[in-house]
Design a protein around this ligand. Structure first.
Ligand code: PEP
Length: 255
């Protein structure tokens, strides 16, 4: 089953206006130069940069995504942003349930599920993040934790067309530590089995499961050539054009 790889950048809380526009323009130019890339590209800047980044990406095959959304359409939710507002700005994707939001904002699987359903209803695709802590990995519970997070965070009506899973071991995010290729493939294959039970084999076989956690140009080829790894969610290395594009090129996107 051919799944088009997704190369996604999570800029987190980084970038003022000028840097964000420069980064987006640099990525747009490189992706345009690839002609017909074999992968799909996505950048997820902070809310403040969504509109200028959208403009800077004009003409390039790079999708725009946000890093979170509220589940409500509108109303008394100070500081929050609704799926419709994101759609209105030109977003097509939203990252949900990132481990930093699960930790900093106590987001539960139930809340992530509710947000995902609202985003899907608004016509947005979601990148739903899962992944174990170091303690859980050392206790041999990585697969079990991911299974629970998928069962709880992914809406029952999710499909391969509106949902992408990102497996991001918490201990690998921003640390330079990466699981072995065998460990990554083990979790991804197990996730696909859970998705098959939950959403049916058709959806599971078509659904992209990204790996995230210290992906760099130097490890992209090994990680992104694993059979159940369908792209990457990239934090730190997505903030430099050369690194983000280097990852894509080493993953075979420009061929
Ligand atoms: C992330 O936070 O989604 C991430 C994968 O970060 P990094 O690439 O910096 O580990």
């Amino acid at each position: 089953m051919a799944r088009k790889k997704l190369i996604a950048g999570n800029w987190k809380m980084n970038g003022l206006m000028a840097d964000g526009i420069d980064l987006a323009k640099g990525i747009a130019a490189e992706v345009k130069a690839m002609g017909k890339p074999a992968c799909e590209f996505l950048v997820c800047p902070p809310f403040t940069l969504l509109a200028p980044v959208k403009k800077a990406l004009r003409g390039a095959k790079v999708a725009l995504g946000a890093q979170d959304a509220h589940f409500a359409e509108k109303g008394a939710h100070t500081g929050d942003i609704s799926p419709l507002m994101l759609k209105d700005l030109g977003c097509t994707y939203v990252i949900l349930g990132h481990s930093e939001r699960r930790a900093d904002h106590h987001e539960s699987n139930e809340l992530v599920n509710k947000k995902a359903a609202a985003c899907h209803a608004a016509g947005l695709k979601t990148v739903i993040c899962i992944g174990e802590t170091l303690e859980q990995r050392e206790a041999g519970k990585a697969v079990e934790v991911c299974r629970e997070q998928i069962l709880g965070s992914v809406p029952d009506a999710a499909t391969a067309a509106d949902t992408v899973i990102a497996y991001e071991p918490v201990w690998a995010i921003g640390t330079g530590k990466v699981p072995t290729a065998a460990d990554v493939e083990e979790v991804h294959a197990a996730c696909r089995k859970v998705l098959a039970k939950k959403l049916g084999k058709g959806n599971a076989n078509k659904m992209r499961i990204l790996y995230g956690g210290s992906v760099k140009p130097g490890n992209a080829k090994e990680l992104l050539s694993l059979p159940d790894v369908d792209g990457a969610l990239i934090g730190g290395a997505s903030l430099k054009v050369a690194d983000f594009i280097g990852i894509a090129k080493n993953a075979g996107c420009a061929e």
